[in-house]
Design a protein around this ligand. Structure first.
Ligand code: PMP
Length: 406
């Protein structure tokens, strides 16, 4: 029996009269009851605003939020809690980093390198913002296997490169990028690196100091925390120089009719009332990951993913996207003669939840000459039996498709 399932009440749910088989964890991981309880406790016992009141509840809120910051800083190996900015998710974190970094540092003609395998959230913020300062946006291609073309990457790097924005793990093919090598090469060229760790957090032990990335971004809901939470980590020496993006309460030390004196980092980047309940939940999700062990999670998910890959590879009407050197978390495919939405809808009739479409990664799908795919992304609470149910239903779908085509 999988020891983790008891922590996830939703796994007992039924969909279309069948037990839920939830294989859409790259979109959102389910929430363990420990996280729900932490948020319930916050709401029941100390719900109040932070920083602004000197009353006891507010002091407790402030303390708990700052403890969460310390905890998350430790979890990702940051040097100091002041390098941790609370955001509403990966998309918000990358947008904030891109906006502030470009406004602060970009000089006309300087270049930003993103990649063909990025989620739109690590592509568009750079591509749409850089022209405002006459910056140049470049996209590093992938090879047929779905790995980043490292020769192309090396030749794109130049003294003009200001920053490289790259994902650790692809949300479509599950390709794991050689991020240490990327960071080393970028730094030699004098460029900074932002790592999109949205998919990587459950699979890799992230140590930002060991990786030496300049920014690292992730979402709470992909690690069992609530939606609307996330982290932007930035090296202190970077954040200290960077301009705020959102203006308002909580970001300033003093405002006169002429002068604004900003707070220290990270507060100057956290305008307005933060998602306090969410942050308490995110903190509890990090504790859950720590208690479960990233190695255990990663190992279980890799086994389930290999099993899925074997099942898919057994059919000659199924085309798996890429064969990367290392795959984590997700695998995507197309079926000859059937659209990705049709496959996902048919799986749903049996209670099997998967993602279909372009997964917010259109440039990657364009590289394969397709407009969408079906994605399977098991989590550590899934079981080989559930993958077996997926196999049985896929066989039926493929059988139907054969009949339809004969
Ligand atoms: N980057 C990657 C690699 C992702 O997988 C996702 C979510 N699918 C995002 C960014 C965006 O995350 P969010 O929607 O939580 O902002």
């Amino acid at each position: 029996m999988n020891p983790y399932r008891k922590d996830f009440p939703i796994l007992d749910a039924a969909v279309k009269g069948r037990p839920l088989v939830y294989l859409d964890n790259a979109a959102t991981m389910q929430m363990p009851k420990q996280v729900m309880e932490a948020m319930m406790n916050q709401q029941s016992c100390f719900h109040s605003n932070v920083h602004r009141g000197i009353h006891s509840l507010s002091e407790l809120s402030t303390r708990r939020m700052e403890e969460a910051r310390e905890h998350i800083a430790g979890f990702i190996g940051a040097e100091s809690a002041s390098e941790i900015i609370f955001t509403s998710g990966t998309t918000a974190g990358i947008n904030m980093a891109a906006r502030s970094f470009i406004d602060t540092f970009l000089q006309p003609g300087e270049e930003i390198i993103s990649t063909q395998m990025e989620h739109h959230s690590n592509y568009l913020p750079w591509r749409e913002t850089s022209p405002e300062k006459q910056g140049v946006f470049l996209s590093c291609p992938i090879d047929r296997n779905g790995d980043l073309d490292m020769d192309a990457f090396s030749s794109l790097l130049s003294p003009r490169t200001l920053i490289v924005a790259v994902t650790y793990v692809s949300n479509v093919t599950g390709a794991v990028n050689p991020v240490k090598e990327i960071i080393k090469k970028a730094h030699i060229a004098g460029a900074a690196v932002l790592l999109d760790c949205a998919q990587a957090m459950r699979h890799e032990k992230i140590d930002v100091r060991d990786l030496d990335c300049d920014f690292c971004v992730f979402s709470g809901h992909k690690i069992g925390g609530p939606t609307g939470t996330g982290i932007l980590y930035g090296k202190s020496e970077m954040l200290e120089l960077m301009k705020p993006v959102l203006y308002g309460g909580g970001t300033v030390r003093e405002v006169t009719d002429r002068v604004t004196a900003y707070e220290d980092v990270p507060y100057r980047f956290e305008a307005g009332t933060p998602n306090i309940t969410g942050i308490i939940g995110l903190d509890a999700a990090v504790s859950y990951l720590e208690n479960t062990g990233i190695e255990n999670i990663s190992e279980t998910e890799k086994e389930l993913l290999s099993l899925t890959e074997e099942i898919l590879a057994a059919s000659d009407r199924v085309n798996i996207l890429g064969k990367p050197k290392e795959r984590a978390g997700a695998i995507s495919f197309t079926v000859d003669g059937l659209g990705s939405f049709d496959v996902a809808k048919l799986l749903d009739t049996q209670g099997i939840a998967v993602r279909s479409g372009h997964h917010c990664a259109m440039p990657l799908h364009q590289a394969y000459g397709i407009d969408g795919s079906v994605r399977i992304s098991p989590a550590f609470y899934n079981t080989p039996e559930e993958i077996g149910q997926f196999e049985t239903t896929m066989k039926r779908i493929l059988g139907m498709q054969c009949t339809m085509h004969n």
